[in-house]
Design a protein around this ligand. Sequence first.
Ligand SMILES: [Zn+2]
Length: 58
Amino acid sequence: MAHHAKLKSQVKVCPVCELSFHNRKKWQSRGLWESIIYCSDKCRKNKKAPPTPSTPPR
Ligand SMILES: [Zn+2]
């Protein structure tokens, strides 16, 4: 018997920090888990910003 196969998608990997994170109550209660990509707003902002804003070519 498969045990709680429904919960297999309760863990995602943040593409920014590459750490796995679990569903949170605040996301679950709002049904946001499906659209959650990053582990936190911090990572979401990091992804938004270009990797190298203005680095001198040296
Ligand atoms: Zn992250």
